[in-house]
Write a protein that binds this ligand. Structure first.
Ligand SMILES: Cc1cc2nc3c(=O)[nH]c(=O)nc-3n(C[C@H](O)[C@H](O)[C@H](O)COP(=O)(O)OP(=O)(O)OC[C@H]3O[C@@H](n4cnc5c(N)ncnc54)[C@H](O)[C@@H]3O)c2cc1C
Length: 385
């Protein structure tokens, strides 16, 4: 009987599912909503391919760390206001599409499920733009990538580092000269189930129908921040701190997949051609020569291919070389994986079983937090005076 990697380490990348020649592996959701491979022993012929492509069992080698991090801002405002940080993804995708290639990335469906899909035209770019802070299902995209590469089509694949590792594991020794990979610096991934239940609880709290939540956007796109906005009926507005329960649980690492606490990729040495992230804190130590109020990307060029790709988009960006120290100071995830909080399981339990206010009060309205805010406000006002 085949034994895949442990549940604590399985990232749900789907490499084993994609490679199985007998379709004996299904990706099934556990009670928290995370996908795990399950082998049907009646169909499995124990060929062992699933074990050979698993990036947890066969580590993908990392590149030497980039010489220096880049701070990058797209020159075009229309790109910046649709992107989470500086618009790097859009520019890279545009370039690959313009030379007849295809782009893979994460999209929402109408039910707010996050899934990986392929786009072939610039007009579809909006689907992939913007961060969706829930784990994306890679589906059969690794197989699709292989087909495109075999047919001589250039492919840009974007995703979390573990998804890129899964792709390389799956592709094995095939010619990847037409493959470009971009990974995100990743804080961790909650499950889509947790996100959908949050949306339902929020709608109940606000007494609006879930269907009326027309557009949920995780990030401030016009500006630069991590406060989500949503539109219901004709009204679009940012969530208040009390409404922002999901992101607050996410940012305190309480909703992560278990494997995220064992992440292999929270290091300056990366596995993709290019790494993109938010350049939080840019300008605090040393000014950046252009406006960053709509976001600034932190970019690592990890391979020669990554450097070549960047040269193609250089005319469309403002770019500066920065110090590693500056990038590492504010982007913790670039050097340290998330730590599992003691009450991680409680977060799932409360979110799934209790009403919105009970969950909110349990995590964010405790006497300790109220005292801390009170003291913080006093100190701030004294300092400002
Ligand atoms: C789950 C998650 C955690 C992150 N954690 C951090 C962090 O700790 N620090 C940091 O600096 N940056 C983090 N990022 C990256 C950051 O939010 C931006 O996505 C990144 O800076 C790219 O911004 P952009 O302006 O270039 O492009 P955008 O257009 O905003 O980004 C879109 C890109 O993100 C990909 N993407 C969106 N959602 C997902 C998803 N669920 N799974 C896989 N790929 C996805 C799309 O495929 C596309 O490539 C995280 C992103 C995600 C999705």
């Amino acid at each position: 009987m085949i034994e895949l990697c442990s549940r604590e380490n399985c990232t749900g990348c789907g490499a084993c599912y994609n490679i199985c020649p007998k379709s004996a592996i299904s990706m099934l959701s556990d009670e928290e909503g995370f996908l795990f491979p399950q082998i049907n022993s009646k169909i499995c012929v124990e060929c062992g391919r699933c074990l050979r492509v698993c990036p947890e069992l066969n580590r993908i080698s990392k590149h030497k760390e980039a010489e220096y991090p880049l701070a990058v801002v797209a020159k075009e405002e229309s790109i910046r206001v649709k992107s989470s940080s500086g618009g790097m993804f859009s520019l890279l995708a545009d370039w690959v599409l313009s030379k007849g290639g295809v782009v893979f990335g994460a999209a929402f469906d109408d039910e707010y499920t996050v899934y990986h899909c392929c786009i072939k035209h610039q007009s579809e770019l909006d689907k992939l733009r913007g961060s969706k802070y829930a784990q994306s299902d890679t589906n059969e995209t690794y197989r699709e990538v292989k087909e495109y590469l075999k047919s001589g089509t250039a492919v840009l694949y974007t995703g979390t580092p573990c998804q890129i590792a899964g792709l390389y594991g799956y592709l094995g020794g095939i010619d990847v000269s037409l493959l470009y990979t971009v990974d995100l610096v990743c804080h961790g991934v909650p499950s889509v189930k947790a996100f959908k239940i949050y949306l339902r609880r929020l709608s109940d709290k606000l007494a609006i129908k879930k269907e009326e939540v027309k557009k949920f956007c995780f990030r401030e796109l016009e500006g630069w921040g991590v406060t989500p906005s949503f539109q219901f009926a004709e009204i679009r507005r940012r969530l208040t701190p009390e409404e922002n329960l999901y992101m607050r649980l996410f940012l305190t690492s309480r909703l992560h997949r278990r494997s995220c606490y064992n992440c292999l990729y929270a290091t300056p040495q990366r596995i993709s051609d290019i790494t993109i992230a938010d350049f939080w804190g840019i300008g605090q130590e040393k000014a950046f020569g252009h406006d960053v109020s709509q976001g600034c990307s932190l970019v690592l060029l990890n391979t020669e291919k990554g450097k070549d790709m960047f040269e193609m988009i250089r005319p469309f960006v403002y770019v500066e070389q920065r110090e590693w120290r500056e990038a590492l100071r504010t982007n913790t995830q670039l050097h340290t994986r998330s730590i599992c909080p003691k009450d991680r399981d409680d977060a799932f339990h409360y979110l799934f079983n209790k009403d919105y206010t009970t969950t909110y009060n349990h995590f964010f309205n405790t006497p300790y937090i109220r005292v801390r805010h009170f003291v913080g406000n006093i100190l701030r006002s004294l300092y400002l005076r």
